[in-house]
Write a protein that binds this ligand. Structure first.
Ligand SMILES: Cc1cc2nc3c(=O)[nH]c(=O)nc-3n(C[C@H](O)[C@H](O)[C@H](O)COP(=O)(O)O)c2cc1C
Length: 184
């Protein structure tokens, strides 16, 4: 039996369906879905349970448009997103790697939560050159910044189509997963 056909692999299949969505329909997102996504994020584990992140839930159309324009081309998904959850991180020297790890965990949890709720979501990075504008837009204090925003909405019909041919979205299993030792 292939690893992809076991009961265990079926159990984790919902995680394999979590993909990056960059285009959304006009259908609004239920506020309770956004609350649930934010809760999933704030329950993420973090280094020494420091919980360095804060989350800003944004649905205001003008703010979404400004975010989209500030961060192009990385923020192209915000053109159609109905909501965004911005991950606010502290500037703290010496903790950059640990914070980036914690931030990534929270971001991925939100993508998973969106998928479980029947929504689509995608990561967009705010490049360093765009961060001052985004900080001002969101009224951030000096000691915090936003690098990751999660675009949220109902996937458009185009976004629901397969993005690549079967088996092509990821490297083959035998090139990425090894048993006991590095191969060779
Ligand atoms: C650290 C990180 C930064 C990313 N930044 C962006 C981004 O700025 N804009 C974007 O559209 N996608 C961004 N992505 C999404 C990746 O392009 C996406 O995860 C990858 O293409 C796989 O997509 P798939 O799961 O749908 O195959 C980012 C992903 C990660 C992990």
């Amino acid at each position: 039996m292939q690893p992809s056909e076991t009961a265990a692999s079926e159990a984790v299949r919902p995680l394999l369906r979590v993909r990056q969505v960059r285009e959304f329909s006009d259908q609004p997102v239920d506020p309770s879905d956004l609350d649930a996504m934010a809760d999933a994020a704030r329950w993420s584990g973090s280094s020494k349970n420091t919980q360095p992140w804060r989350f800003i839930v944004i649905t205001d159309r003008a703010t979404l448009r400004s975010l989209h324009e500030s961060g192009m081309p990385h923020t192209r998904s915000l053109a159609t997103a109905r909501a965004v959850i911005a991950i606010v991180m502290p500037h703290e020297s010496g903790r950059g790697i640990s914070h980036a790890f914690d931030e990534g965990r929270a971001a991925e949890r939100m993508l998973i939560a969106a998928s479980l709720l029947g929504l689509g979501a995608g990561i967009a990075w705010i490049g360093s050159e765009a961060r001052p504008d985004v900080s001002e837009l969101l009224g951030m204090p000096e000691d915090r910044f936003v690098r990751t925003v999660v675009a949220i909405g109902h996937p458009s019909d185009a976004a629901r189509q397969p993005k690549s041919a079967p088996g092509e979205a990821r490297l083959p299993r035998n090139e990425t997963v090894f048993n006991e030792r590095w191969p060779g």
